[in-house]
Ligand binder design. Structure first.
Ligand code: ZN
Length: 477
């Protein structure tokens, strides 16, 4: 607990990021290098993310289940691209109960293989399709360079796995879940994202193609905030996921997988945070409203506290915290909750009691401009409306920031300039060589080929050949 100033973002963005996570008690480093401990305040945000996504998954017909943490090594080897992609990151168990295992077990890096294996047992006929299952859990990927929430050895996520009778249905599902993620990001996290298709070099190991939502962080780097993959029949063939069609002929299924992880917490921190600390998007904020009573003595306290209680009760189901600590000053509390990003603070002092009002201070607009008086009457309505206003303002601010850092690049020169302090939006021929050259020269990679294309055609910004699609190039987390 401290009111110490954070390192300003402009001075050292990654230092600011680490400090804000630690000071706000979102997460901590675990004794094993690269692992993280998610603390209650960080986990509360994750629970709200889970709740929002879970509701959306269920509304689109998905059910939750749980699959094992351990996967036989041979399962991963069944899909060539999959094992090649994941091999360098695998944690493998070779001893169990003091005995050397007959077959090494992989700690799941993702569950396509084990779920594919189970689906091959469960799916018999077209009547069993589509099969729409989601799993909430943790996975392990042995990463070399780690950052809290963004890249850790173990992280939490959801992974949806579906099987369909036709390619068309599988592709529809892939895009439906991409859209679900887009709606979640915009409507609940106030994070503007661009949905699009990944290039072949950036796609998931084993997918036919991958889609992602891409967000711009406060330092203009891109962050892949969710992915949805069309797996084609790759896993169906590797695991014999087959069904009898209406003509009683055996067919391979078409499968998909899609995921959002605790990485999204990093996206929220870096999209909205400022030099004072976190700014939680109101719909996901662990604490939406903090009430700080203001009094100088017992007499004032006795006047103020009943009103504080009345207001807290009036706020109903909103997530409210009353900060009645006696050992610290109101000023300390203001800084503390600002650092933790609580979207709205209500101050109630003797004058407010007299006037039948409360002072509301917005986290997204610090200082006088963000303050207003609300009547104590109908407090739920006025506070809810203010939280909505904050949500919209956060989204608009992030979108304006992003859009002012996306640059159309017609020449290679413009491209290399653009990715120094933003994203480049340019025609691209689709070749991996052109991607490689950009990466070597600038460290930027293709982020996504946005679904929303301008139409027509142009010349590849790298090689000058004909190009039919535009792509975003950016440095990324
Ligand atoms: Zn090219």
């Amino acid at each position: 607990m401290s009111n110490e100033k954070l390192t300003p973002r402009a001075e050292n963005y990654s230092e600011w990021y680490n400090q804000v996570i630690q000071r706000a008690e979102m997460a901590d480093y675990a004794p094993v290098r690269g692992c993280m401990v998610v603390r209650p305040y960080g986990w509360a945000l994750w629970e709200n993310i889970q709740q929002s996504l879970d509701g959306r998954f269920k509304a689109t017909g998905h059910l939750n289940a749980a699959f094992p943490l351990f996967i036989p090594m041979s399962f991963l080897e069944k899909e060539k691209e999959h094992v090649e992609g994941f091999s360098p990151e695998l944690a493998i168990v070779t001893i169990g109960g003091g005995e050397k295992l007959e077959e090494p077990l992989v700690v799941r890096p993702t569950s396509e293989t084990i779920i594919g294996y189970m689906y091959s047992k469960w799916i018999k006929s077209y009547r069993d399709l589509p099969l729409l299952i989601n799993q909430w859990g943790n996975v392990v990927r042995w990463e070399m360079r780690t950052r809290l929430f963004l890249r850790t050895l173990e992280f939490y996520w959801q992974e949806g796995h579906t099987a369909h009778a036709t390619e068309k249905e599988a592709e529809e599902e892939t895009l439906r879940m991409l859209d679900t993620y887009t709606r979640f990001a915009i409507d609940d996290a106030a994070v503007p994202v661009i949905p699009g298709r990944k290039s072949n070099t950036e796609k998931f190991a084993g997918a036919v193609h991958s889609y992602s939502i891409e967000a711009m962080m406060g330092d203009t780097k891109a962050l892949q905030a969710g992915t949805s993959h069309l797996l084609g029949q790759n896993f169906a063939k590797a695991f014999n996921i087959q069904y009898l069609d209406v003509n009683n002929e055996l067919q391979h299924c078409w499968t998909t997988s899609w995921g959002v992880s605790t990485r999204f917490i990093g996206a929220i921190i870096m999209t909205h945070g400022d030099d004072q600390g976190l700014i939680m998007p109101p719909r996901l904020a662990p604490i939406q409203v903090v009430i700080v009573p203001i009094y100088k003595n017992d007499e004032e306290r006795n006047l103020v506290m009943p009103v504080v209680e009345k207001i807290r009760a009036g706020l109903g189901l909103l997530r409210v915290k009353v900060d009645d600590r006696n050992e610290v000053t109101p000023g300390f509390k203001f800084n503390d909750w600002e650092m933790r990003g609580v979207p709205l603070r209500l101050e109630i002092g003797p004058k407010d009691v007299e006037k039948g009002s409360v002072m509301a201070a917005r986290r997204d607009i610090l200082g006088r401009e963000g303050k207003s008086f609300l009547p104590q009457e109908n407090i739920y309505e006025s506070v809810s409306a203010l939280l909505e206003t904050i949500h919209t303002a956060l989204f608009e601010r992030a979108k304006a920031f992003r859009d002012s850092h996306i640059f159309e690049a017609a020449t290679y020169e413009e491209l290399t300039q653009a990715v120094q302090n933003g994203w480049a939006y340019a025609w691209w021929c689709g070749s991996g060589e052109c991607e490689d050259r950009v990466k070597e020269d600038t460290k930027a990679t293709t982020r996504c080929i946005p679904l929303d294309q301008p139409g027509g055609s142009g010349k590849c910004v790298v090689c000058g050949r004909d190009a039919s699609e535009k792509v975003y190039f950016a440095r990324a987390y």
